[in-house]
Each structure stands twice: as C-alpha cells, then as structure tokens.
Design a protein around this ligand. Structure first.
Ligand SMILES: Nc1ncnc2c1ncn2[C@@H]1O[C@H](COP(=O)(O)OP(=O)(O)O)[C@@H](O)[C@H]1O
Ligand SMILES: [Mg+2]
Length: 409
C-alpha cells in the first residue's frame, strides 16, 4: 500500500504514529475490510484497538449499514445474553417488553465485540452458533431467528491461556480469529510516543485554554525509554494531567518523572540499559543478578577481612582491631589492651545475620534465586499472579512459564 493512502487514513481517524507494526496493522485492516471475514484485534490495554473495527466497517461493503460497538466486559453476566440476542416479553423478571438484541439491530452491518475474552461460556456457545449458522434464539423465545452480521472482536487477554484455563472456547476462538490484527504496545513504537505526546499536549491546550506543554530533549528521551504499561491511554492521561497541573510549560525529565508511576520508573532504569531498546526479561534479570552477586562478593570479602583481623589480633595481643586491621584506641588515645578486652567490637557472626539476610547464600544457582524470588512475590500477593508479575517486572505469561518450569503450581 502506498504511504499517501495510509497517511490519508491516519488523518481521517486521528491516528498518530509511523511505527512499522502500527502501519502493518492498519494495512491488514484495510486489505481485509471488503472481505466478509471475522476479525480479532489483539493488543494490551490502551494500545488503540477500538479504532480498527471502525476502519474495517467503513471500508467494507457494509459501510452504509449499522455499526454497533459492545463492551462485553462491561455488561453484567446476567443480562448479556438478552443484550446480544434480545428477549421475549416475560422472559425473566423485569422483561416487561420484548426487546431486540444487538445481533438483530446490527443486521446487515458490523458488530464490534470489545473485550470478547470476558464473555461467559454460555454466551460463547450462543455466539458460536450465530457465527456458524447465522441463527440465534432470543432469551425466552422458542423460534430461531436469522441475522447477517459481521463480527470484529477485540481482546487484551492472552487467548491461548484463556483456552488452556477453560475460560474460552477453542472453537469460538478459531471462528473469531479468521483474520487477526495485532496492535503493538507503545514501548515498542520508538519515537511515536513523542509524536503522540505532542498531539495530546495540543489537544489539552485547546481544551483547557492554556499554552501547550513542551518536552525538552531529556524529557523526550525519558518518554521513549519508559515502559508505558497503560500504553497510549496512559500517555494521554499523563499529557492531560501535566497540561492542567504543571506551572512550568517547558517540561524537563525531572518534571516528567513526577508524572510517571514510581514502580515503573525502576523498570525503566533497567530498560534503558540495552542500546537497541529491545530489552528482554533475560537481560534485565542478568543485570539485576550481576548487582546482587557483586554485592554478595563484597560482603563476603568484608567478612573475611574482619574475621582475619579478629583471628590475627586475638591470639597475639588479645586486643580487638578495627575493620582496617589497625588496633582500636579509646577516645582518650589509650589503647584497648588485653586487660580491658572482652569481645571483638565487630562481630563477624552478627554481620552475617543482619547485613546479608536478603542475599542468597554462596553456591546458590541463579535458578534457585529466581525460584525463590517468584515464590516470595506470589506469597506476598496471596497467589495473585498478575500482581506478582507486576512486582517482578515480568509479563504474566513469563510468570506462568516460570511457575510451570519450577513446579510452583
Ligand atoms: N495511534 C493513535 N493515535 C492517536 N490516538 C490514539 C492512538 N492509539 C490510541 N489512541 C487513543 O488512546 C486511547 C486508548 O485507545 P483505545 O482504542 O480505547 O485502547 P484499547 O486498545 O484499550 O481499546 C483512546 O483515546 C484513543 O483515541
Ligand atoms: Mg478498549
């Protein structure tokens, strides 16, 4: 596809960015729009999935017909079937009238099922039937109805895991996933984050009638290096927050830092280390372990020096020595001699208990350190894997893999 066509689409829908992954996602959307297949949009929270079904609908043969967006995660489980498929009068308490569902209303058009991974299993069965046969039965009805709806679904859930956990029907997944479009996370879009910030800063300056905030070079670098766990939505919030609250309009990295959540800033320090920007859990872990092991080596060297000093001073003079090996003197300059000696001032055993309690004992493998960190994080979070993964700075999927690997289930 030529770039001017892509530019035109971006302009029309207010999409900002030149990232290759984003371009590819848009190209696929435009290419498959006229082909009447189901589409599944995947990507983390806040990456901008919601614009894709709209682009697809507008470029399909259904563009003159209805477009409906439904957030499956926001509808209570008890009413979702009736919302999607409609109900008959008296089908349940409160069903005072017959009601058309989205599948009937969107007939001939496109239905966007957002957060489709949140659908209850019973609704998934009904959805599969509509997709396969075009037929559905409203709640409380006895007759089959027909509809012609194109489904575009979106999810931020790891569907393979949801299937493995028995939370999502595999057959439905394949049916929805005739075409899949993956929207990349913001942290992998390089300089796009700066362009997006500029757009949001301008929007906010208009909205709040204030001069736009601008990032200096250090702040731009920080923006690019930051992990953006909440993606474009988070960036937009930061821009809005800053536009409203910052008295200074020229934003430095020091100011920007105040708007980025504390915990993520730690990750970011590690994330900037590899020059390629393609950091992985593997090398973050290696950096952390390096620090940990250097620290442990320092501590054991210190302990050794102290122990040697004590040994050297005990039998010979029965006088204690300082950590530097020199004899200790009282405040008045008198040497602590054999007569006044009771115990070494620096107790090697004490240091072992208090200073090195957090460090793994010598001879422990990296795997064991990792296993214990994971176990500790899980315990700290009452077994909640999402929270534990967040604290460990690894993805939930990686955590699942590690739990399996170490038999921590
Ligand atoms: N490339 C982009 N250009 C401009 N705005 C974007 C872009 N991507 C996302 N947004 C904005 O970010 C916010 C979150 O996008 P949304 O589609 O709701 O994310 P999600 O993937 O969670 O559904 C929206 O306000 C959207 O307009
Ligand atoms: Mg969404």
């Amino acid at each position: 596809m030529d770039t001017s066509e892509l530019q035109r689409i971006k302009q029309r829908y207010g999409i900002v960015g030149n990232d290759e992954g984003l371009n590819r996602a848009l190209e696929i959307a435009l290419k498959i729009a006229p082909v009447d297949l189901s589409v599944l949009i995947t990507g983390e929270n806040g990456v901008g999935k919601e614009i894709f079904p709209r682009v697809i609908h507008d470029h399909s043969l259904r563009k003159g017909k209805k477009y409906l967006a439904v957030n499956c995660g926001a509808i209570p489980e008890g009413t979702i079937d009736s919302e999607l498929f409609g109900h008959e009068k008296g089908a349940f308490t409160g069903a005072v009238e017959r009601r058309e569902g989205y599948f009937a209303v969107a007939g001939g058009g496109t239905l966007f099922l957002d957060e489709v991974g949140e659908l209850p299993l019973s609704t998934q069965s009904r959805l599969l039937r509509v997709l396969e046969t075009g037929e559905f039965i409203p709640v409380g009805a006895s007759e089959v109805r027909r509809t012609d709806v194109r489904i575009v679904a979106a999810t931020n859930v790891n569907m393979e895991k949801a299937i493995a956990d028995g939370k999502f029907r595999e057959d439905l997944y394949y049916r929805l996933n005739s075409v899949s479009i993956s929207v990349p996370p913001l942290r992998r879009r390089g300089d796009d984050v700066v362009l997006l910030f500029r757009k949001f800063a301008l929007e906010m300056s208009e909205k709040y009638k204030m001069p736009p905030v601008r990032l200096d070079e250090s702040a731009q670098k920080m923006l690019v290096a930051y992990a953006w766990p909440g993606n474009v939505r988070q960036l937009k919030n930061v821009a809005e927050n800053m536009s409203v609250t910052s008295e200074v309009r020229a934003i430095t990295s020091d100011i920007l830092q105040r708007y980025l959540p504390e915990e993520r800033r730690h990750n970011q320090v590690v994330a900037v280390a590899p020059a390629s920007g393609k950091h992985s859990f593997e090398n973050e872990r290696e950096i952390l372990y390096q620090i940990l092991f250097d620290l442990r080596r320092d501590v054991s060297e210190l302990k050794k020096i102290i122990r040697e000093n004590n040994l050297a001073s005990h039998p010979a003079s029965h006088a204690p020595a300082g950590a530097n090996g020199l004899p200790l003197f009282g405040a008045d300059g008198s040497r602590f001699g054999a007569d006044s000696y009771e115990a070494p001032i620096f107790e090697a055993e004490e240091i072992k208990e208090s200073e090195t309690a957090e460090l793994p004992p010598a001879g422990v493998s990296l795997e064991e350190v990792e296993r214990q960190s994971i176990l500790a994080a899980l315990t700290r979070n009452g077994g909640n894997r999402r929270l534990a993964a967040g604290q460990l700075g690894i993805s939930e999927r990686t955590l699942y893999r590690k739990i399996k690997e170490y038999g921590l289930e």
